[in-house]
Ligand binder design. Structure first.
Ligand code: FAD
Length: 375
């Protein structure tokens, strides 16, 4: 059986590595001419790091990134509203949450998979289903494959051509991401911060020596998004935040609408399955989109170890993964709305309630996110 994976994002690469470690031959087809992710950072949370530990790339990722041990939500002046301590999870699972440059993470994954297995400039345009799958690419080439894995992101061609119609949802939040070089104050070294304001928020985290990744979101129905000066938009936020924005070259900012995929019923059919954003793209408010893609790969790998027939493996994969992925999509959507309230009274109540949440409740919630499925 030969296996084709469409997409060399975090989901496709982690799946490839997982299959290779089980002696399954994979070929990845990536539409882009290079593995060149957006100039932004990413947080790989404890659940993803547990998987990377099993794949043998945990320490490379930790070395290239920055370990974090607390999660902070603050008001615009960086006064804490909620602080989640991660030490108990580090002790329990033996891994840290890590903030890292996306490019560095993808490089580590691609190196581990081997570039000879990654075919670049191969954008899938059409799939013909016969006994096998015939994949047609934009460069007028075609290949045959027995097994097909769609890891081609939120706008997945595999999903759109082989599964029922799906729907993308616009959260009406507009996002800027950037990386700047600066010495972040020591108090921010091991804790990402997300500062919640009125219809807008700003997050930042250290991803390496003198490297800070940040993101800013505003409600796109209430604010102008085109050609804005972010220092003005976030003028009422703490001076550390304004310094971060000012230290980032404007032309290196990456802008996007925040969208997700309305949960779909089926992630598999015969010998095809979807992983990562192609199956369950979420808004980024829990920092779990890529971590969930990594968990997909983990569960697929564990099921393959059981030696079930492929169709049963894919069906079990969906059964074991769908509920948690759905929980992330739903919770993240609600968090996005809550974090960008515009009503003063609503903001006051939200902030008061956040301060009242007992640490045990936060720990319980994190446990549901960090615990991997039992396969
Ligand atoms: C602002 C923001 C912040 C985020 N922060 C975090 C975070 O901190 N932690 C976290 O876990 N997640 C985060 N996420 C989510 C994360 O980025 C995604 O969930 C993750 O990248 C999904 O990985 P993937 O491999 O499934 O898809 P993608 O990253 O979208 O990769 C898909 C790949 O397939 C390729 N492709 C697409 N179509 C085709 C085709 N037709 N033919 C061939 N190749 C194709 C693409 O070029 C791409 O390389 C964030 C998202 C956003 C928007």
């Amino acid at each position: 059986m030969n296996t084709a994976i469409i997409g060399a994002g975090i989901g496709g690469l982690t799946t490839a590595l997982t299959l290779q470690q089980r002696n399954i031959d994979v070929a990845i087809y990536e539409g882009a001419p290079a593995i060149k992710p957006v100039g932004a950072g990413i947080i790989m949370a404890n659940n993803a790091m547990q998987v990377f530990q099993q794949l043998g790339i945990q320490s490379a990722i930790e070395k290239a990134g920055n370990k974090i041990s607390r999660l902070r939500i603050t008001d615009p002046q960086l006064h804490d509203l909620s602080v989640i301590d991660l030490h108990s999870f580090e002790a329990k699972y033996g891994v840290h949450n890590v903030a890292i440059h996306r490019g560095a993470l993808q490089q580590i994954l691609a190196d581990a998979v081997g570039y000879e297995h990654i075919h670049l400039s191969k954008r899938l345009s059409r799939i013909e289903k016969n006994d096998d799958f015939t994949l047609y690419f934009d460069d007028h080439t075609a290949i045959q494959t027995n097994v097909l894995i769609g890891a081609d992101g939120i706008k997945s061609v595999v999903r759109n051509q082989l599964f029922e119609q799906s729907q993308l949802r616009n959260a009406h939040q507009y996002c800027w991401r950037g990386i700047c070089e600066m010495d972040l104050h020591e108090r921010h070294h091991n804790a990402p911060v997300e500062a919640w304001g009125k219809g807008k928020r700003f997050g930042f985290v250290k991803i390496g020596a003198k490297k800070v990744y940040w993101y800013a979101l505003i409600n796109s129905l209430s604010f102008t998004t085109h050609g804005v000066n972010l220092v003005n938009v976030f003028g009422d936020f703490h001076r550390d935040i304004l310094e971060i924005i000012s230290n980032t070259p404007q032309q290196q900012l990456f802008e996007s609408e925040i969208i997700d995929l309305k949960p779909i019923a089926k992630w598999h059919a015969d010998r095809v399955c979807l992983v990562g954003d192609a199956a369950h793209a979420t808004t980024p408010n829990m920092g779990q989109g890529a971590c969930q893609a990594v968990e997909d790969a983990y569960v697929l790998g564990k099921l393959l170890d059981k030696g079930l027939p492929l169709e049963k493996t894919f069906a079990e994969y969906q059964r074991l993964r769908q509920k948690k992925a759905r929980m992330i999509v739903d919770t993240s959507w609600r968090m996005g709305q809550l974090s960008q309230l515009e009503n003063d009274w609503g903001i006051w109540v939200r902030n008061a309630l956040l301060k009242l949440v007992p640490p045990i409740a936060n720990q319980k919630q994190m446990e549901t996110v960090f615990r991997l499925a039992t396969v």
